[in-house]
Design a protein around this ligand. Structure first.
Ligand SMILES: Cc1cc2nc3c(=O)[nH]c(=O)nc-3n(C[C@H](O)[C@H](O)[C@H](O)COP(=O)(O)OP(=O)(O)OC[C@H]3O[C@@H](n4cnc5c(N)ncnc54)[C@H](O)[C@@H]3O)c2cc1C
Length: 366
């Protein structure tokens, strides 16, 4: 284990996922003594994610080393209807395990330490108790700041009264052999949300989120589409965003899935966890309110995603047909082409203004 650097305050970060590693990178760059504790032996493993993101990811870092594929067409299918939405800026499909490791390497190069096979058990504002999984010994660890980047079942959230009444979706996913035309397919009314994401012409990542019976819905979906040759399976939980969540108590912070910072429409949370990590690092460096910083950057978007999710759960087949019809109109397609789904606040109300038929749905949402 590396010795603490003589300068800078010490920050303990629990979890070496995107949120934890990105926070460690920001803080180490600024001279903080950043230590990430990760219970697994290898950062990024096991992975529980599809790894599709909007082009917004380019704003954070050069993703060349982890890029697997890109696509510029999203197809939304709702049973009876479908619309192909060309995207001016491509979606990126990344090597998810390698992505976490890449962020980890950036953090280490900036001066952070990542301690794998170390599980954080007890936490307080000043110390935590860490178990070294290799020798089964525990030790006390002092810090000036504590960041819970420990995923949806966050120990830090539980131990610091920030658990909130959290709810989860269950994700089922597989890599499978399946010939495809490099189109990203979304099925918003199968399970909670279902997708097929191309890795290349022969292999896709197929998955879904559901409140219950996810595996049965997944099996039926794959069978109906002739997806039968599975390479690997993954699964995990996705937390539902709750705008009332408290994410900072004194010098203790929650970021990423631990803070429920996930898009409720699709379950995507990587970009959101990186935004939160940057806001958290800024809050530590400047003493500003973390709550205010992250909510300013994405609070409205996450709220809109939540409201859209609630409305989508109530849509009938006819609602979906009408919506797909609206999105198929060339002017509306062009509108969607230039906006990305991470930031609905930038287009949601504008689109509703130009397309009066959308008001019915906008009113269901807000
Ligand atoms: C099936 C599925 C598909 C998904 N697909 C996408 C997608 O395509 N695009 C997208 O943007 N998002 C997707 N997501 C969501 C995305 O994976 C998460 O939002 C993202 O991983 C959150 O990052 P994080 O760092 O907050 O948490 P995590 O990635 O969960 O990292 C938390 C880390 O903390 C560690 N940890 C936990 N407790 C402790 C402890 N006590 N001590 C030490 N270490 C600990 C864990 O081992 C883990 O490494 C998907 C999720 C699922 C389940």
């Amino acid at each position: 284990m590396s010795q603490p650097r003589p300068y800078g305050k010490r920050v303990t970060i629990v979890g070496a996922g995107p949120a934890g590693n990105w926070a460690a990178y920001q803080l180490a760059k600024a001279g903080y003594d950043a230590h990430v504790f990760e219970e697994h032996a290898i950062v990024g493993e096991p992975f529980q994610c599809t790894g599709i993101l909007t082009s917004q990811l380019h704003k954070f870092l050069d993703i060349t080393p982890v890029l697997v594929n890109t696509s510029t067409i999203a197809r939304i299918t709702t049973g009876r209807s479908a619309v192909d939405i060309p995207m001016r800026k491509e979606n990126v499909i990344i090597h998810r395990e390698e992505f976490d490791r890449h962020l980890g390497r950036m953090a280490v190069a900036a001066g952070a330490a990542i301690h794998t096979q170390h599980r954080v058990q007890e936490t307080s504002a000043t110390h935590c108790v860490v178990k070294d999984i290799k020798n089964q010994k525990t030790f006390a660890w002092r810090h000036d700041y504590l960041i819970g980047a420990d995923g949806p079942s966050s120990t830090v959230a539980k131990q610091h009264g920030m658990w909130c009444d959290r709810q989860f979706w269950f994700g089922v996913q597989a890599r499978a052999k399946y010939k495809n035309n490099n189109v990203i397919e979304f099925y918003p009314n199968i399970g909670t949300f279902t997708w097929i994401v191309p890795e290349n012409e022969e292999v896709v990542r197929v998955g879904l989120l559901a409140e219950k019976n996810g595996k049965a819905i997944f099996d039926r979906f794959c069978k109906e589409r002739g997806i039968t040759e599975f390479l690997t399976y993954q699964g995990g939980v996705v937390p539902r965003y709750d705008p009332k969540i408290v994410t900072q108590k004194g010098n203790v912070y929650l970021v990423g899935d631990a803070a429920l910072q996930v898009k409720a429409t699709t379950g995507g949370g990587i970009i959101q966890s990186m935004i939160a990590a940057e806001a958290c690092a800024e809050a530590i460096m400047t003493g500003k309110s973390y709550e205010r910083l992250w909510r300013k950057r994405m609070g409205m978007d996450l709220w809109l995603h939540l409201k859209m999710r609630d409305a989508m759960d109530r849509f009938s087949e006819n609602d979906w047909d009408e919506l797909i019809g609206i999105f198929n109109k060339p002017t509306n397609k062009r509108f969607l082409e230039i906006h990305d789904r991470d930031h609905p606040k930038t287009f949601f109300f504008k689109l509703a203004l130009t397309e009066p038929r959308l008001w019915k749905y906008a009113l269901k949402i807000v």
